[in-house]
Design a protein around this ligand. Structure first.
Ligand SMILES: Cc1cc2nc3c(=O)[nH]c(=O)nc-3n(C[C@H](O)[C@H](O)[C@H](O)COP(=O)(O)OP(=O)(O)OC[C@H]3O[C@@H](n4cnc5c(N)ncnc54)[C@H](O)[C@@H]3O)c2cc1C
Length: 273
């Protein structure tokens, strides 16, 4: 849709060209959300699409190896990338993107950074990033960068730790974590509805450790970790009893909690525990 209140559209060639930042300014990536509804608080859009931040790179020479995913990497590129077969965790990305149930247009245009920074409670990529113990590299306009663990990035629905003028540059994931078994479970009333609950399990067979991320049923992804043993599915199920689940017109909190518990059980069953 047209955004009638936009006064300025800036298309700098590089982040260095952005020397100031205003109160009603917004980064523009794929634009799939920004142009999907009125943005009464946004007056200036700063387009970052031309900065070439869409890399998917595996750097095996650094200690342990890192996968980096640039912020403007379109979701479709994650789907089409020729991943090594040993990186079984990328199936989780594919499930997360398919779970979007969005049109092909959104999947082609929407970016990894846009999805993470939009920080919807139903955000599809964030729980995957938390499950894989990813980190985010954040840049500011003074040329400084900082690293934030994915689990600490989103603090509420539509709220992140990003300060004014900061932006996500890239996602960093240890290559070893791509070998974890991942199970991405989502429940919505219909495939095209926003999720009521998402549970992502990531099992590190070598360390016998399970990470479980609860999302969509809560305002921001929550990471749960217990030592893995025969009864640990019970630990996870009981630990969500006192969590604050979203209560709104789409579902009451108890319903979301119970669906989450079912998804946890299914996740464990899928891992064969
Ligand atoms: C019909 C429809 C249904 C959808 N359903 C879901 C859903 O169920 N689950 C889900 O996860 N998403 C859903 N989305 C959201 C969709 O995934 C987002 O539109 C998309 O992820 C945003 O990506 P984008 O690159 O287009 O971001 P944009 O629309 O360009 O930007 C989105 C926000 O992120 C900010 N931003 C973008 N990049 C950066 C960056 N690098 N650093 C800092 N801030 C940045 C922008 O300033 C803006 O505030 C839906 C969208 C539509 C239109």
């Amino acid at each position: 849709m047209d955004l009638h209140n936009i006064d300025n559209y800036l298309r700098p060639t590089d982040i260095n060209k952005v020397t100031a930042w205003g109160k009603n300014w917004s980064w523009l990536a794929g634009g799939t959300w920004l142009f999907s509804e009125p943005q009464p608080d946004v007056k200036t859009l700063v387009d970052i699409q031309a900065w070439g931040w869409d890399e998917i790179e595996v750097n095996s020479s650094s200690e342990g190896g890192l996968l980096t995913i640039g912020a403007t990497c379109p979701l479709i590129k994650l789907l089409k990338h020729p991943w090594l077969s040993e990186y079984i965790a990328v199936e989780g990305f594919k499930a997360a993107i398919s779970a979007l149930a969005a049109s092909l247009k959104v999947v082609n245009m929407a970016t990894v950074g846009g999805n993470i920074c939009l920080a919807l409670s139903v955000g599809t990529l964030a729980p995957m990033m938390v499950a894989l113990d990813a980190s985010y590299e954040i840049w500011n306009l003074q040329g400084k960068s900082r690293i934030v663990a994915a689990k600490d990035f989103q603090i509420a629905s539509r709220h992140t730790v990003l300060q004014s003028g900061e932006l996500l540059r890239r996602v960093l994931i240890p290559v070893e974590h791509l070998k974890w078994q991942v199970d991405y479970k989502r429940f919505g009333m219909a495939a095209s509805d926003p999720a009521l609950a998402i549970v992502v399990g990531a099992y590190n067979e070598i360390a016998n450790k399970m990470r479980l991320v609860i999302a969509a049923s809560v305002v921001a992804p929550v990471l749960l970790e217990f030592d893995h043993n025969l009864d640990s599915s019970l630990d996870y199920i009981t630990s969500v009893e006192n969590m604050d689940f979203i209560e709104d017109a789409r579902a009451i909190a108890i319903y979301r909690r119970q669906v989450t518990q079912v998804l946890i059980k299914r996740c464990f069953n899928n891992f064969g525990f």
